[in-house]
Design a protein around this ligand. Structure first.
Ligand code: CP
Ligand code: NVA
Length: 299
């Protein structure tokens, strides 16, 4: 049966842990200059209906490094943008390439694509979730602090796609998630409820950060919400990750951000630009974690 990666729940907790392990191995091999060609001649099609720096570059570089190739497809110059149904695109592309990655708006679109695809489909971000980012974040946590099981993570900000993926990660990897979001910006109730007691909404960001082992935030206005920027700046004014907020967390707490970041909005410059910040490694780990994901789905 074709496996897809549309949310973190598509893999078992054991599969996620071994994928993170493999990502660390691939990283070491890469840093030692050793060549791993586990995906020789394989082709990844990448559909981007939203902008991207990290996702595009990490998938494309990753495929090349593993001996395969990646193809960037934008709606502007494919028939998708002219209204060819996603189901038809899925049936055609999946007869030509070995895997498809999609970044789009409606989550339902990647589900429909997967339903009609003969090859694995990877969610490269939808309005609902961003599972690839969580692979990199979890790899980064494991590398610096060991297993995240039983730890406390504080999510500060919007109950958005990244927040949803953190909720799913809390379920899968068994950590506690404090979610500090202003009223009206809560995560999806269904996703939250499914996580049961593993996730708690705490309106006060300082309280949510207290004793946390990892503090995470993201932009206040996601892609597609640009027109809400001003309104969101007002709603989230008290939700900036500052040095003072980090002081509430454990001494060894890490700070993560999927990037791109807006200094002076969701994060203070001195937090993200701290010399020991792991955010750049977190970004690098997109490459290693997705190489492990591609190997998992394709071999
Ligand atoms: N974090 C992330 O997905 O970055 P891009 O939007 O640059 O791909
Ligand atoms: N929540 C952000 C994440 C970007 C990687 C967005 O969807 O724009």
């Amino acid at each position: 049966m074709t496996r897809h990666f549309l949310t973190l729940l598509d893999l078992t907790p054991d599969e996620l842990r071994s994928l993170i392990q493999r990502a660390q191995e691939l990283k070491q091999l890469q840093h030692q200059g050793k060549i791993v060609e586990s995906l020789k001649h394989k082709v990844l099609g990448m559909i981007f209906e939203k902008s991207s720096t990290r996702t595009r570059v990490s998938f494309e570089a990753g495929m090349t490094q593993l001996g395969g190739a990646a193809m960037f497809l934008s709606p502007n110059d494919t028939q998708l943008g002219r209204g060819e149904p996603v189901e038809d695109t899925a049936r055609v592309l999946s007869r030509m390439v070995d895997c498809v990655m999609i970044r789009t708006f409606e989550h339902d679109k990647v589900e429909r694509f997967a339903e009609y695809s003969r090859v694995p489909v990877i969610n490269g971000l939808t309005d609902l979730v961003h599972p690839c980012q969580l692979l990199a974040d979890m790899q980064t946590y494991f590398e610096h602090r060991g297993d995240i099981q039983g730890k406390t993570v504080a999510w500060i900000g919007d109950g958005n796609n990244m927040c949803h993926s953190y909720i799913n990660a809390a379920r899968q990897l068994d950590f506690h998630l404090n979610i500090a979001c202003p009223e009206g910006y809560d995560p999806d109730a269904g996703i939250l409820d499914a996580a049961g007691e593993r996730c708690t909404i705490i309106r006060d960001p300082m309280e949510a950060a207290r004793g946390a082992d990892l503090v995470v935030t993201d932009v206040w206005a996601s892609m597609g919400q640009e027109q809400e920027q001003k309104q969101r700046e007002a709603a989230f004014a008290n939700y900036q990750v500052t040095a003072e907020l980090m002081d509430q967390a454990n001494e060894q707490a890490l700070f993560m951000h999927c990037l791109p970041a807006h200094r002076g909005e969701e994060v203070a410059a001195d937090v993200i630009d701290a010399p020991d910040a792991v955010v750049w490694e977190e970004a690098e780990n997109r490459l290693h974690a997705q190489k492990a994901l591609l190997e998992f789905l394709l071999t």
